[in-house]
Ligand binder design. Structure first.
Ligand code: NAD
Length: 378
């Protein structure tokens, strides 16, 4: 059977912004994948902004252009919905998707807060829908190798775990405001809602959960240009350092989660480091090809290895080439569709509703910790 005989899943996108367009791009070159058992077809798009829909008119498979999500959900030829809308809309739109009988790839943070995340998870379970949450960085060859390294080696006593996701464009005070910088739309957790699943996903998948946290949160610029000649209040947390303690193999291990919109020179840096007394591993998108491994023998040393294109799903791309963000997104979709079809076959699966709820539990404790300036149990 050739790849073109694979069953087709018809996808609708709600929210035709930055992320909605990336999905169309990932599907448009699906033939690059060699062993994904399912083929997606983007058939419907919805956005309240008609101009956002226009870009999708060049995508040949799209046949429904919808002004409301209700219109899209009424399309019988949509099996799966990807929803990428501002956070304050997650709960209502995700619940509507599930109640319309569709499966869901939800954008993070999976509801604006913990209460919303639990409500969405419970409705998905009650209705028996397949629901996963978008988080693409763990599909990086470097991230995959970090997880394999940790699972396949005795690191000795664990010294520390550090997971970070860093941006820098907000350092420009002239950058106009958008909904992600306004609490009403982004949520009380601010940058933790925005970047948090990216740092929490791998630790949670490895079973590492902080039991206690102490958080340092910062709001740096209080206003920004509103893009219309005036200024607007910018009231979200910009930077968050969440210092946690996880119980791993009977030891208390420092687990630090760092999310920053203002980290000088870091455009989209995702990194993780796990250190033990005997072995350790580190990967950063700052050096996208390089996996660093620490070992202690007669001498202590870091060694590095170039990774190439070792993705969970095989592709036509040469093994020595470098992956980028669009490749990760395509891999994440391949995992979503394969798992939905019961054919993940041991490959890495997308973030689950339980992991999304767990990450909100950490940020809820972090908010309280910052306000009360104390250690809070999660
Ligand atoms: N996984 C990732 O790497 C990643 C990256 C960026 C954003 N995100 C997430 O994706 C989601 C969307 O972010 P974005 O950057 O694409 O935002 P965006 O502002 O670029 O796009 C959001 C779109 O939703 C539309 N919209 C607003 N209300 C709507 C409604 N009621 N019905 C239909 N459409 C509506 C807007 O008009 C806009 O086009 C957020 O949850 C965000 O956290 C994820």
């Amino acid at each position: 059977m050739s790849a073109s005989d694979n069953p087709v899943v018809r996808v609708g996108v709600i929210g035709a912004g930055l992320m909605g367009r990336e999905v169309a791009s990932a599907f448009g070159r699906w033939f690059a994948l060699l062993d994904c058992p399912v083929r997606p077809e983007l058939v419907a798009v919805c956005d309240v902004n008609p101009a956002a829909l226009d870009w999708f008119r060049q995508v040949p498979s799209v046949r429904h252009f919808c002004a409301t999500h209700h219109e899209l959900l009424a399309c019988e030829d949509v099996d799966v919905v990807y929803a990428a809308v501002p956070h304050h809309l997650h709960e209502q739109i995700y619940l509507d998707v599930l109640r319309a009988g569709k499966d869901l790839l939800a954008e993070k943070p999976f509801g604006i807060d913990l209460r919303a995340a639990r409500a969405i998870r419970e409705e998905g379970e009650r209705l028996g829908r397949f629901v996963r949450v978008s988080s693409e960085f763990p599909f990086l060859p470097g991230a995959q190798r970090v997880m394999k390294f940790v699972q396949g080696n005795d690191l000795g006593a664990l010294l520390s775990i550090r997971s970070r996701f860093l941006h820098s464009s907000d350092l420009d005070p002239k950058k106009p405001i958008n909904w992600k910088r306004i609490t009403q739309f982004c949520g009380e957790a601010g940058v933790m809602n925005d970047l948090g699943l990216h740092v929490a996903h791998v630790p949670l998948r490895l079973g590492w959960r902080p039991l206690w946290v102490y958080a340092q949160l910062q709001k740096i610029y209080e206003s920004r240009p509103d893009g219309k000649g005036g200024t607007a209040k910018c009231d979200t947390w910009d930077n968050a350092m969440v210092h946690g303690t996880a119980q791993i193999a009977g030891q208390s291990v420092p687990l630090s989660l760092e999310m920053k919109r203002m980290a000088p020179t870091e455009t989209n840096t995702w990194e993780i480091e796990v250190l033990g007394t005997d072995r350790g591993v580190r990967y950063s998108t700052k050096e996208p090809k390089t996996l660093w491994q620490y070992s202690r023998a007669e001498e202590q040393s870091w060694s590095k290895v170039d990774l190439g294109f070792a993705m969970p799903f095989k592709t036509i791309t040469g093994g020595i080439f470098e992956p980028g963000f669009p490749d990760l997104l395509q891999q994440m979709w391949a995992a979503f569709l394969a798992e939905r079809a019961g054919k993940l076959e041991g490959r890495f699966g997308c973030a689950t509703p339980a992991e999304a709820v767990a990450h909100h539990e950490i940020w809820t404790a972090a908010l309280l910790s910052h306000v009360e300036q104390r250690v809070v149990s999660v």
